[in-house]
Design a protein around this ligand. Structure first.
Ligand SMILES: C[S@@+](CC[C@H](N)C(=O)[O-])C[C@H]1O[C@@H](n2cnc3c(N)ncnc32)[C@H](O)[C@@H]1O
Length: 322
């Protein structure tokens, strides 16, 4: 039996018997005018952050959501789209598809704008998506990809890249961990399935995305997630797990490498009204310019004494260089 079978069984069980603490998140539930999230969807919120960002969702994008869980985020995406089949939901577990189908019926009763037909549920595997090439504007997954081992993760990311249109976005939320994890933890199939022992350091996670061809990466949030302590888990040291929200954009790969936004900014405070690096970046005096890590390195290399660089906040929310 592979860890993927164990994962299947864990989520079959979580579909049949909702488990509120399964993938605990302290994320606030989106509250928007006229949007009511049924209680059962909240109880089946098995994510670790949010993949719903209003600025991705203009102009009725065609959306794909892989690993549907109780359906909460698909309902939230539908709020912005409101078209038949506007959100395609893919899951490999029949019982999870069935549970979310029922939950969408409950959502219909509580949201006058919502119709179940807005969501097109399909049985399928993240490693082999039943979706056409270049057909999706916004693809999302929440707390699924961290479960995959390296080769499967590569396949899952490549599948998302394949189905996205040029400049389409892959929005994700996953646990990450900067500490090394021992092999016992890594190979514990149940802990992996529960999103506790598969997570990567942020830099490795980002590299998997840029290696797949995504030219722009945005790290939008970084939050505390879980602790693995020696009393309760097979580890000698305390392990701290965070969760991040990331968008990977199918922009062409720049010749000098990807643009990775981690929430850095540069502020010019020299004698002139602005500083122009002649590489496309104009820094107005005393105004922060959001910069990607590549631009930060290039500007720092100028060794000027009139530009301040802030550290990464891991809270990038748009605009700036590139
Ligand atoms: C941790 S839950 C997250 C559910 C949902 N995204 C949320 O935030 O509540 C993982 C989901 O992925 C599904 N899943 C597991 N393995 C999968 C695979 N190989 N392909 C597609 N979906 C899968 C599970 O059935 C479950 O719905």
């Amino acid at each position: 039996m592979s860890y993927l079978d164990t994962t299947h069984d864990v989520y079959k069980e979580a579909a049949l018997t909702p488990d509120v603490g399964l993938c605990c998140t302290t994320n606030p539930i989106w509250e928007l005018p006229g949007l009511k999230i049924p209680k059962i969807m909240q109880e089946m919120n098995y994510g670790c952050g949010s993949t719903v960002h209003a600025r991705d969702l203009t102009n009725n994008p065609k959306m794909l959501y892989v690993g549907v869980g109780g359906g909460m985020e698909l309902l939230q995406f539908s709020y912005f789209n409101r078209q038949k089949g506007g959100v395609v939901g893919v899951d490999v577990v029949d019982e999870m598809l069935e549970a979310s189908r029922k939950n969408f019926k409950v959502a219909e009763e509580q949201n006058s704008w919502f119709k179940s037909e807005f969501v097109d549920l399909k049985k399928g595997d993240a490693l082999n998506l039943p979706v056409e090439d270049n057909s999706i504007d916004v693809a999302a997954q929440n707390c699924l990809f961290n479960i995959f081992k390296t080769d499967d993760l590569k396949k899952a990311i490549a599948e998302m890249y394949r189905v996205l249109k040029p400049h389409g976005r892959l929005v994700m939320s996953d646990p990450t961990c900067e500490q090394p994890m021992n092999e016992t933890l890594r190979n514990d199939e149940r802990l992996r399935a529960l999103c506790l022992s598969g997570s990567l350091p942020i830099a490795e996670y980002v590299k998997m995305l840029t290696d797949a061809g995504f030219g722009t990466i945005e790290i939008r949030a970084r939050k505390p997630y879980r602790i693995l302590d020696p009393k309760n888990y097979p580890t000698d040291e305390l392990i701290y797990i965070e969760s991040i929200e990331v968008a990977a954009i199918k922009d062409p790969m720049p010749a000098d490498g990807p643009c990775v936004f981690t929430g850095k900014a540069a502020i010019y405070y020299g004698e002139e009204d602005y500083f122009d690096d002649k590489q496309g970046h104009i820094l107005l005096k005393n105004q922060p310019l959001a910069i990607c890590d590549k631009t930060a390195a290039a500007l720092k290399a100028l060794n000027r004494d009139d530009i301040y660089f802030s550290e990464s906040t891991y809270h990038y929310d748009g605009g700036g260089c590139c």
